[in-house]
Write a protein that binds this ligand. Structure first.
Ligand code: SF4
Ligand code: SF4
Length: 112
């Protein structure tokens, strides 16, 4: 996982289109992975699906949801710390075109 949305979310929706992995959903909306639908993780606030969040590794040097959130409620989840290797493997699974990509300061926050 690692990025989570706290209850300070004001449901503005700014983060959802910024996620390169479609890991963000509005409260009450079912999430989807490889064609399978799953029950919402939150009914009240926007939420991030841990199985789809890569902390933007492979795409951006910062978590894009956190960059746009007006109330800074997209934060690292201290209970789900993951390595760059694990996050990038997830990114490749979700976006096969990333296979073989070199991780640099431009596409991974781990290289800053
Ligand atoms: S950190 Fe990146 S991958 Fe994770 S939910 Fe936010 S925008 Fe999506
Ligand atoms: S940008 Fe922030 S406040 Fe807006 S929906 Fe996303 S998490 Fe909630």
């Amino acid at each position: 996982m690692a990025t989570m949305i706290t209850e300070e979310c004001i449901n503005c929706g700014a983060c959802e289109p910024e996620c390169p992995n479609t890991a963000i959903y509005a409260g009450g909306v079912e999430w989807e992975l490889f064609g399978e639908k799953h029950p919402p993780i939150s009914n009240d606030f926007y939420y991030i699906v841990p199985e789809k969040c890569t902390e933007c590794v492979g795409h951006h040097d910062q978590e894009q949801c956190a960059v746009v959130c007006p109330v800074d409620c997209c934060v690292p989840d201290p209970n789900h710390v993951e390595t760059e290797e694990v996050l990038f493997a997830r990114a490749v699974k979700l976006n096969p075109e990333l296979a073989g990509l070199e991780l640099t300061a431009a596409n991974s926050k781990f290289h800053k």
